[in-house]
Design a protein around this ligand. Structure first.
Ligand code: SAH
Length: 232
């Protein structure tokens, strides 16, 4: 990642860190290990992020908006130009990312490898994506940013809801759906995953998120019969 100009590394619950072998292999990029942030959960790692791209070698049960590495590079550079905080999420060397972790991502990125042998080593996958980000950055360097004029004012990247705000919204949404008996916790039928996918691809702004939260609060009140009482 340092070769390609990327510097901010966040490690989620590393088995051993720091480690002399990692230091040795980093040769020359030890500053990235020294400044790496270590967090306990993926959720912690994504606090403050506006756009999250998760990588996967496999197809999952619920199809998700999918980018190839080139599209991923372009998207990263376009959104970064608009001020977005962006995370590229990679999985464990042996087991990749869980479905739950992948469902926290706005987009999935798949390197179109041979389906018969699709899984790259983690380091190789990181290199392919970092390279595409660099190529997109080089292509955009010196060109005026298209992002500002193309985007509708209310959804400018700088104003997009952050991952932690989105997470609080999903919690609120789930509680509300359970309260109004739209969601049966015994038989969830991937409802929350489908809703995450829907909102994830909508680039929800902070102001829009406040509207949605307001609707949920009123829905909960209505569910408790409070609105009827107020009208009496
Ligand atoms: N058995 C795991 C493979 C993990 S490979 C699985 O099937 O998910 C380790 C990591 O490298 C993955 O979690 C992903 O972040 C990245 N990776 C490997 N191959 C990839 C591919 N073809 N496309 C995108 N990312 C890939």
């Amino acid at each position: 990642m340092k070769n390609m100009g990327l510097t901010r590394l966040v490690l989620v619950e590393p088995r051993v860190f720091p480690h002399h072998e990692a230091d040795a292999r980093a040769s020359g990029a030890n500053d990235l290990l020294a400044t790496a942030q270590v967090v306990a959960t993926l959720e912690d790692a994504l606090v403050g992020c506006n756009l999250v791209l998760g990588t996967s070698a496999r197809d999952r049960r619920i199809p998700w908006p999918l980018l190839d590495p080139r599209e991923c590079g372009t998207k990263v550079i376009e959104e970064a130009a608009g001020g977005a905080e962006i995370a590229l999420v990679f999985g464990r060397e042996d087991s990749g990312l869980t479905n739950e972790e992948l469902q926290r991502c706005h987009y999935h990125v798949h390197i179109p490898s041979d389906p018969e042998f699709s899984s790259l080593n983690l380091g190789a996958a990181v290199q392919v994506l970092s390279y595409e980000v660099r190529m997109a950055w080089l292509a955009a360097a010196g060109q005026p940013s298209k992002v500002e004029k193309d985007e509708v004012a209310s959804t400018k990247s700088g104003e997009l809801a952050t991952m932690d705000e989105l997470e609080r919204f999903y919690e609120h949404l789930e509680q509300t759906l359970v309260a109004i008996e739209f969601l049966d916790p015994e038989k969830p039928r991937h409802l929350m995953a489908r809703l995450r996918r829907l909102y994830g691809r909508s680039s929800v702004s902070r102001a829009e998120m406040n509207i949605l939260r307001g609707i949920l609060t009123e829905t909960q009140k209505a569910g408790r019969g409070e609105l009827l009482k107020r009208k009496d």
